[in-house]
Design a protein around this ligand. Structure first.
Ligand code: AMP
Ligand code: MG
Length: 333
């Protein structure tokens, strides 16, 4: 019989890769035997595929069922696997002054982003956008009590695209720890959480350049940190020479147009994910106030002119490939 942990020597770096949540998930294990990595990798793959199916915004599943029932305005029992994610999303939405708004699903669908294909445009009708914005879907319309849920606004429809990846990464890290794995990274298409170290050095990761193919900067991570980026390059269409992307300002109903990317470092990936989206919407004028409200300590925002904004603590940690001429430093967060 082969015994896990005894049969194979530790492997310094092993990967497990699969597709889920619309992106490549890459798990890096450090310093464990290959059968433990194999077992944990298989379990995580199943977990991520389950979460992908359950939380899908435009395919039948638990989230769609929940949205149908919310629209009736009747009270019902929330699915127990979905409930903690809804609670986290609602809390983070309030903290972000609702710039991260997980119940604007109808608006996202109107823009054509509830599709596996990239939408071709044209952008939706102005009047249709205005109507959805005026219905003001908000997490404050939702009552969640003892697992029972109801909405007082029929316009509310959950789209968890801005937070589900972070939440899934957090659940994945919990599962790795349950396997006794202390050194690993779960990377979901560039959004990640790292625990432990890479042997005798910290984990070091790259941040993508929002307007180029390469890496903009590198960051060394502490023992347990998440790095999440929201960018206008991830999902977009170009219509008559203008670019329309997937991060919508709930106040206007149009793609938020002042930032091109926001990177947030935070302990848990759920908070970092919601915050990156919220700060993207907030843009160069409002990011600082929203970051404070959300308890975020490391932010880098790049605006549409390529100007870089960040707080001093972030500045100390980030290593640029090419040092930018000018960085707008905020007050400490
Ligand atoms: P992220 O890449 O984390 O910023 O998430 C973007 C995704 O979240 C989009 O594809 C939409 O599904 C959804 N979304 C867009 N705008 C918002 C918003 N203001 N608040 C919450 N979710 C949003
Ligand atoms: Mg996000």
């Amino acid at each position: 019989m082969l015994l896990a942990g005894c049969s194979q020597p530790p492997d310094p770096g092993q990967h497990r890769q699969f597709f889920a949540l619309g992106t490549l998930i890459d798990i890096t294990f450090y310093g464990i035997d290959s059968s433990t990595a194999e077992q944990a990798g298989t379990e995580l793959e199943q977990l991520f595929l389950r979460m992908h199916a359950d939380w899908h915004a435009w395919q039948p599943g638990i989230l769609q069922e929940t949205n149908h029932r919310l629209a009736t305005q009747d009270e019902f029992s929330a699915d127990p696997t979905l409930l903690p994610l809804l609670e986290a999303a609602n809390r983070l939405s309030r903290l972000s002054n609702e710039l991260f708004n997980p119940v604007i699903g109808k608006l996202i669908a109107l823009w054509g982003f509830h599709s596996d294909e990239r939408p071709a445009g044209p952008p939706p009708d102005k009047a249709a956008i205005r109507e959805l914005v005026q219905q003001h879907p908000s997490v404050t319309d939702i009552t969640l009590d003892n697992g029972r849920i109801r909405s007082s606004n029929p316009a509310v429809s959950y789209d968890l695209g801005a937070v589900a990846k972070g939440y899934a990464i957090d659940r994945g890290i919990e599962r790795l720890r349950a396997h006794g794995i202390d050194n690993a990274i779960i990377n979901a298409g560039g959004d990640l959480r790292a625990i432990g170290r890479h042997g005798d050095r910290p984990w070091r990761i790259g941040i993508r350049d929002p307007r180029g193919p390469g890496v903009l900067a590198a960051i060394e991570l502490g023992d347990d940190e998440s790095v999440l980026t929201s960018g206008d390059y991830e999902r977009f269409f170009v219509y008559k020479g203008k670019r329309y992307h997937h991060i919508i300002d709930p106040r206007s109903g149009y793609p938020a147009d002042s930032a091109t990317s926001v990177t947030v470092i935070h302990t848990d990936a759920t908070t970092a994910d919601a915050a990156a989206t919220a700060l993207f919407v907030a843009g160069p004028k409002q990011w600082y106030a929203i970051a404070r409200r959300m308890g975020i300590h490391y932010v880098m925002l790049i605006d549409r002119n390529g100007t870089i904004y960040m707080n001093p603590a972030m500045r100390q940690r980030i290593h640029f490939e090419t040092e930018p001429a000018d960085i707008h430093l905020s007050k400490p967060l």
